[in-house]
Ligand binder design. Structure first.
Ligand SMILES: Cc1ncc(COP(=O)(O)O)c(C=O)c1O
Length: 439
C-alpha cells in the first residue's frame, strides 16, 4: 500500500517503535505459559513503588465512591486544554513553590508529553508562512530518542556534541559545548532550543548556569527554550541533589516552555503530559491538540488534582520517589563496578537524575546496535546508544555514538543485577573475540 510523505516520516522504522515493539514482545513473552520473560532494562517504564501504587488505588476508590465518579473519570470529554481545576491547582503549586507568575492560562494538558513535544517541535520547525524554514537546536547530545523522528521536516533538527568530562576512570559527565552551540545559532532558521533536564538517556542534569546561559542565548535571539522536565522538580523529583555541583531549580519565564508528565510518578498508562508556557503558546497548542486528539484522557488529571492542591505530590516525590530511585541507582552502580570485566574500558555517566544508567564502552570492537542484538539473544533488553544521536550526520559518524547503552536501573534489583552480569559477560566475550589473547 502506498502512503504519503507524512506517513513515510512517521510509519517507517523508528527508534521509538523498535523500543516499544521490544517492550510489547517482552510483555507478551512474560505472559505466555512456560516462556522465560526477558529482563526488561530497555524501555522507560517507571519502577513499581508500592506506596505509590497503594495511593493511586486509594484515589481510584475515592473517585469511584463519588456519585458522579465514573462520569468524571470516563464519561466526559475533557477540553483540548485540559481540566480548569487541574490547571489552577498546578499553577498555584508552581506560584507558591517557585514564585513563578503563572496562572491557569499558562498550563496546557496533552495525552502524554510525547504528544506535546510532537506538536511543539512541529509548530516551531518546518515551513513558515513567509517561506522560511524553522529548525530546532538540541544543544547537547545524547538526547531523548523519542524526539528523533518527530520532526515532519527531515532537516528540522540540528544538534551539538557535548564536551565529555572524565570525572574518574569509570565515570564521566557531559557538558554543553557553548562554542558549538553559539556557532550553530548563527543559523537564523533556529526557532527553539530543546533539552531534557534531567536528560534521558544519560542521567545528566544540566547545571543552573548552563540553563541560564541557554535561556540568555534564546532570549537574545528571540527564540524559545524548551525544557523537558519529565523527571524533574517539583514532581517526580528524580534528581539527586547531593551529586550536583549546585542546585537544579526548575526555571520558567515567558521565554521558556516547560514540559512535565505524570508518567514517572507512576501513571504512564494515564497518558497525561503538561506544558507550562506563555498564554499565546498554550492557546495555539490546545488548538492543535483539538485537531489531533480532540480531547485529553481524564484519569490522570482527576487522580492528581487533590494531590496538587494539598501539596501531597511534593511530599510523595521528595520522600518516596526520589529516595527510591536513589537507592536503586546506587545499587546499579555498585553491581556494575563489581561485574565489569577488568581490562575492558568502560565508563558510566554520573547518574544525577532520571531512571537510566548510561554505559559507555570506549573502543568496543562492535557497534552498540550489534551488542544490543547479542544481549537480546541472551534475554536482556537495553537500548543501543545510536538512537540518541540525531540531528546531523556529524553525530551519526561519531564513534562515541556507537559505544553506549541505555539501561533502565529502576527495575527489580534481582533483574538489574542479573541483566548487568549478562551485559558484562557479553562485553568480555566481544573483547575476547576481538583479541583472543583475552582481556
Ligand atoms: C525526556 C522524556 N520526555 C518525554 C517522555 C514522554 O513521556 P510521556 O509518557 O509523558 O509521553 C519521556 C518518556 O520516557 C521522556 O523520557
Amino acid at each position: 500500500m502506498e502512503f504519503s510523505t507524512f506517513a513515510s516520516r512517521l510509519c517507517g522504522p523508528t527508534g521509538i517503535m523498535d523500543l516499544m515493539d521490544d517492550m510489547g514482545r517482552a510483555l507478551a513473552a512474560g505472559g505466555a505459559a512456560g516462556a522465560a520473560a526477558p529482563i526488561m532494562l530497555g524501555g522507560g517504564n517507571p519502577a513499581r513503588i508500592p506506596e505509590l501504587t497503594a495511593r493511586w488505588r486509594q484515589r481510584l476508590e475515592e473517585i469511584l465512591g463519588e456519585a458522579n465518579g465514573v462520569d468524571r473519570l470516563l464519561g466526559t470529554y475533557d477540553t483540548p486544554q485540559g481540566q480548569p481545576g487541574f490547571h489552577s491547582a498546578l499553577a498555584r503549586l508552581l506560584q507558591e513553590n517557585y514564585q513563578w507568575p503563572v496562572t491557569a492560562a499558562n498550563v496546557g494538558v496533552t495525552n502524554g508529553s510525547q504528544t506535546a513535544f510532537f506538536l511543539l517541535l512541529n509548530m516551531l520547525s518546518g515551513e513558515y508562512p513567509d517561506g522560511s524554514r524553522g529548525k530546532i537546536l538540541f544543544p547537547l547530545l545524547p538526547e531523548y530518542l523519542g524526539y528523533a523522528d518527530q520532526g515532519l521536516d527531515p532537516a528540522a533538527f540540528v544538534a551539538c556534541r557535548p564536551r565529555v568530562e572524565q570525572l574518574s576512570e569509570h565515570m564521566h559527565k557531559y557538558r554543553i559545548d557553548f562554542d558549538a552551540v553559539e556557532a550553530a545559532l548563527q543559523d537564523r532558521r533556529i526557532r527553539a532550543i530543546c533539552v531534557s533536564r534531567p536528560t534521558n538517556p544519560s542521567g545528566n542534569v544540566l547545571t543552573d548556569s548552563e540553563v541560564a546561559r541557554l535561556g540568555e542565548l534564546a532570549r537574545e535571539r528571540g527564540i524559545l527554550l524548551l525544557v523537558d522536565n519529565a523527571y524533574g522538580m517539583p514532581f517526580p523529583h528524580i534528581i539527586f541533589e547531593e551529586l550536583l555541583e549546585g542546585s537544579a531549580r526548575p526555571v520558567w519565564n515567558e521565554n521558556t516552555v516547560l514540559g512535565m508528565s505524570l508518567s514517572k510518578v507512576g501513571l504512564p498508562g494515564a497518558r497525561t503530559g503538561i506544558i507550562i508556557a506563555r498564554e499565546e503558546l498554550i492557546t495555539a497548542l490546545s488548538r492543535a491538540n483539538a485537531v489531533v486528539s480532540l480531547a485529553n484522557g481524564m484519569p490522570g488529571q482527576v487522580i492528581l488534582e487533590p494531590l496538587l492542591a494539598g501539596g501531597e505530590i511534593l511530599r510523595l516525590s521528595r520522600e518516596i520517589i526520589q529516595p527510591f530511585y536513589r537507592r536503586r541507582a546506587e545499587f546499579a552502580h555498585q553491581v556494575l563496578a563489581a561485574v565489569m570485566p577488568a581490562g575492558c574500558p568502560w565508563s558510566v555517566h554520573r547518574t544525577e537524575g532520571s531512571i537510566f544508567l548510561w554505559l559507555r564502552l570506549p573502543e568496543l570492537p562492535i557497534p552498540s546496535r550489534e551488542l544490543y542484538q547479542r544481549l537480546k539473544q541472551r534475554g536482556v533488553l537495553v537500548v543501543p546508544g545510536e538512537y540518541f544521536f540525531f540531528g546531523g550526520d556529524h553525530l551519526k559518524h561519531w564513534r562515541h555514538a556507537r559505544e553506549c547503552l541505555r539501561i533502565n536501573y529502576g527495575q527489580e534489583p534481582e533483574q538489574v543485577e542479573q541483566g548487568l552480569r549478562i551485559i558484562a559477560h557479553e562485553v568480555a566475550r566481544v573483547w575476547n573475540d576481538a583479541s583472543p589473547a583475552g582481556v
